[in-house]
Design a binder for this molecule. Structure first.
Ligand code: NAD
Length: 377
């Protein structure tokens, strides 16, 4: 088998950090020309497992941003994090005094890493405080909340990015390039799976609809939706969905397993599966001249991929979170492409809502009215 590395491609994959400068779009307070080496200060809101084990370690290696502050409801975490990461006292907040962050010049970006039901509130408060915002997935509880976040960021003239780390990751970027260049012909079919088996505390927030907004679909299903979209390069025009429940005593309040079929304007179709009851982590794309696949396709990496003409994708592994946060900071500092804009989060929430609607209507096909390029970077 041939090894396919990034160097094999004549045209480089578009990376946020390498994209064109757009000085006119620089937000308030940031003058990239005068501060070429400036690193932006990030404050993490919510110090749970994702912040602790992925984001904070990644921020030790980022080149465009650094861990400048924290927002936590747990005083003991404030003490241990301040010590571990040498955080200044004036950069430590709790949920009540968070709004005073507006006076803190050392914090440029607020990264909301809380249970889903709290995303909209903290993203909007961050925007009102004049801070750029990164919002974790799923963007919010419903489409209306996504719109509120987007309009709060527009009104405050701050940038908004989603925590969709895969858009900064080379295997995913290679998939996007195959689709764009039609390397394996026109895409006709995508199969995408994103799932894991949940066995922990049945009272965790992810299984509580009031805090999560849904089950497997909002947690893992967004990755499968994303794969279907960057696997076809299009937004879907309709979908139908089904729900399966085999452990109702554990999944009392949220969906366990969902499948959905999506139709795209070109005629391509996608079949997606998501679950909190079994493991699955892959995407397969069939084109008129061959196929390519990633497996795994959506964990923290390294990912792995191959193609119908015997190539093995082989990219060096870097922290996806590091790449993602550096790309977003570069978007602010240098005007490079925002690889996962807020509109992408809203688009995915429109699809999530349509999937739930289809299930509620017994698998009925639901038409979607998402503009052709809406949500793409
Ligand atoms: P977690 O349960 O480990 O942490 C949640 C944090 O929120 C904790 O610090 C907790 O104290 C705090 N919190 C505040 N109010 C709370 C409440 N009412 N109930 C429960 N916790 C409360 O969760 P996590 O895995 O860190 O996930 C946080 C967010 O990050 C979620 O939106 C999740 O979808 C997202 N996430 C994204 C990725 C990714 O790969 N992009 C990976 C993991 C999690």
């Amino acid at each position: 088998m041939n090894k396919l590395t990034r160097r094999d491609f004549t045209s480089k994959i578009t990376k946020g950090t390498g994209a064109a400068m757009v000085a006119a779009s620089l937000p308030m307070g940031i003058n990239a020309a005068c501060t070429p080496d400036k690193k932006l200060g990030i404050a993490l809101v919510g110090l749970g497992s994702y912040s602790t084990y992925q984001l904070a370690p990644a921020l030790q290696d980022t080149k465009n941003c650094y861990l400048a502050g924290i927002v936590t409801g747990t005083p003991s975490k404030a003490i241990s994090w301040a010590k571990k990461y040498s955080l200044a006292e004036h950069c430590i907040y709790n949920y009540e005094n968070f709004d005073t962050i507006k006076d803190n010049k050392d914090i440029d970006i607020v990264y909301v890493v809380l249970p889903n039901a709290m995303h909209a509130d903290f993203c909007i408060r961050a925007a009102k405080a004049g801070k750029h915002v990164i919002c974790e997935k799923p963007m919010a509880m419903n489409v209306a909340e996504c719109e509120q976040i987007i309009s709060a960021c527009k009104k405050a003239n701050v940038k908004l990015g989603m925590g969709y780390r895969l858009h900064s990751e080379p295997y995913t970027q290679q998939v996007q390039e195959f689709v764009k260049k039609k390397t394996y012909g026109d895409v006709t079919f995508v199969s995408a799976e994103a799932a894991y088996r949940s066995t922990g505390n049945p009272d965790q927030w992810r299984l509580n609809r009031e805090l999560s907004g849904g089950g497997a679909l909002v947690n893992m299903g967004v990755y499968a939706i994303q794969s279907a979209i960057y696997g076809t390069g299009e937004n879907p025009i309709s979908l139908a969905a089904q729900e399966f429940s085999t452990r109702p005593e554990y999944f009392k309040d949220t969906d366990e397993t969902i499948t959905a079929q999506l139709n795209f304007p070109s005629g391509a179709i996608a079949n997606i599966t998501t679950s909190h009851n079994f493991s699955a982590n892959s995407m397969y794309v069939a084109g008129t001249n061959g196929w390519f696949k990633l497996q795994p396709a959506n964990n923290y990496g390294p990912l792995s991929g191959s193609t119908s003409d015997g190539k093995v994708l082989d990219f060096p592994h870097e922290s996806q979170q590091k790449l993602q946060m550096d790309d977003f900071a570069s978007h602010i500092l240098h005007g490079s492409t925002n690889l996962a804009p807020g509109e992408m989060g809203k688009r995915d929430m429109i699809i999530v809502s349509a999937i739930y609607e289809s299930i509620a209507k017994g698998g009925k096909t639901i038409p979607l009215d998402i503009p052709k390029d809406y949500g793409f970077a």
